[in-house]
Design a protein around this ligand. Structure first.
Ligand SMILES: Cc1cc2nc3c(=O)[nH]c(=O)nc-3n(C[C@H](O)[C@H](O)[C@H](O)COP(=O)(O)OP(=O)(O)OC[C@H]3O[C@@H](n4cnc5c(N)ncnc54)[C@H](O)[C@@H]3O)c2cc1C
Length: 412
């Protein structure tokens, strides 16, 4: 039976979900206060990594954090005035780092991410943008062997779940990525991974195709949800009411503001990250490169070369602190000393992050006509299409292909 479905959020998760719902023949309307793909899905590193099943919090994380915070070129910062607000989330983050929980989280993430390429395939084909998806593999460059040894658990978690990780020495790494001129003691190559050459164009193209296929994209801010006896019945969008039958919340880092209105209090944090994109770098890479010691990716996009990373806890509404992007730019100069910085642009985005690195996917706790799909943190691009397909299965009453119990909204 086809339904009338309203999706809040036109980031990659919202548009992929809308696309899968439309494929099932439903009447789909997407509402977003911005044009599609102009929030977090605009400027990520573009990495599609079915193997990224390792949560952010691994055993011993609380010992590593002070070192990250003290390093002026480090990957993490917490605005001290925001610490009291972030504290409950951070405590849950640390609590999720026990060896047992980390194994369980990796078990829950891998089946979702494993579907990345296959789940995007019908969507990009339909939208005529298959060229955006590149399955080149990616390289990992460690400056110090000791850092690789320190990450042993993370690589074991991946390998135990079938992710292919090829170990390289410094010379072999440079054969894969000849543009790397520095000294690297260990390299890795992950052949099954890849990237999106332009995450913004991907999201916009899927949204445009949705409209060509009969879906509707409306611009407006959802300020409230009117709830009747059978669940949500209208969205209050910029003062006007939009009646709804079935609702899907894909509002990224703002989703908890909406779920709270439906009785689901979800520990979601806007984990801010930055990028610098060099539109004329005079250098091109055959594949993305990850630098694990500083936790950034450098990705060869169609717009130029992008370096993206950093985790900043400062609250969802704080102004960007572009000194974090300057840190990325310093790393870029160090890795590629000859890079041309002409026309480099900076950006800040808010990852919708849960403390256990697992998204929220499934039905609202109280209402049968409402579904959630948000909280994908560092892997929202990878998991956008797989999530969309799961939501479509749930709406249709089909059994999703994977167990979604670990993604419940009320797990905390
Ligand atoms: C620096 C950086 C690098 C990253 N690199 C990668 C990567 O390489 N690979 C990867 O998989 N992921 C990566 N990510 C994460 C990824 O970008 C996110 O997980 C993903 O974009 C989240 O998509 P989304 O659709 O949930 O959220 P968003 O893209 O944020 O979309 C949510 C939408 O909801 C709308 N919205 C919110 N509230 C309302 C409201 N009340 N009314 C109307 N509209 C509303 C917003 O306007 C927005 O358009 C990275 C993130 C950052 C910051």
């Amino acid at each position: 039976m086809t339904k009338k479905i309203t999706v809040v959020g036109a980031g990659i998760v919202g548009v992929a979900t809308a696309a899968y719902l439309r494929r099932d023949g439903h009447e789909v309307t997407v509402v977003d206060m911005r044009p599609p793909g102009e929030y977090c899905s605009f400027g990520n590193a573009g990495i599609l990594s079915p193997g990224s099943c390792v949560p952010l919090a691994t055993p011993g994380i609380h010992w590593k954090v002070p070192g990250y915070l003290a390093d002026p070129l480090g990957p993490l910062t917490i605005r001290w005035s925001y610490l009291p607000k972030a504290a409950p989330w951070l405590l849950r983050f640390v609590a999720a780092s026990t060896p047992q929980r980390v194994e369980r989280i990796a078990d829950a993430l891998r089946p979702l991410l494993k579907q990345t390429f296959e789940a995007y395939q019908p969507l990009v084909k339909n939208a005529g943008v298959s060229d955006l998806i590149r399955q080149t593999g990616y390289a990992v460059a460690y400056e110090k062997r000791a850092s690789y040894a320190g990450d042993a658990l993370a690589w074991k978690l991946r390998r135990d779940r079938g992710v292919i990780v090829e170990e390289l020495d410094g010379a072999e790494l440079k054969k894969r990525v000849p543009q790397l001129t520095g000294r690297y003691e260990v390299g890795l190559f992950l052949p099954e991974q890849g990237f999106v050459a332009n995450p913004e164009r991907l999201t916009k193209s899927l949204a445009a195709q949705l409209q060509r296929d009969g879906g509707v994209v409306l611009q407006g801010e959802v300020r409230d949800i009117e709830v009747g006896p059978n669940g949500p019945r209208a969205l209050v969008v910029d003062g006007a009411k939009i009646p709804i039958e079935t609702l899907v919340i894909c509002a990224g880092s703002h989703s908890n503001e909406l779920t709270a209105k439906l009785g689901d209090r979800v520990p979601l944090e806007a984990e801010r990250g930055y990028h610098v994109t060099y539109s004329d770098p005079r250098l091109s890479l055959p594949m993305p490169v990850f630098m694990p010691e500083y936790k950034f990716f450098i990705t060869p996009m169609e717009m130029g070369l992008r370096i993206a990373g950093q985790s900043e806890f400062a609250g969802i509404h704080a102004q960007p602190d572009y000194s974090r992007a300057d840190i990325l730019a310093q790393h870029m100069q160090r890795v590629f000393p000859g890079i041309s910085t002409a026309d480099a642009t900076q950006w800040m985005g808010r990852r919708p992050s849960m403390p256990d690195s697992l998204p929220v996917i499934g039905r609202a706790t109280r209402y049968a006509n409402t579904y959630y799909a948000f909280g994908h943190g560092h892997v929202g691009l990878c998991s956008g299409a797989p999530t969309g397909r799961i939501v479509a299965d749930l709406v249709a009453g089909r059994q999703p292909s994977i167990d979604i119990t670990p993604y419940r909204a009320d797990r905390f």
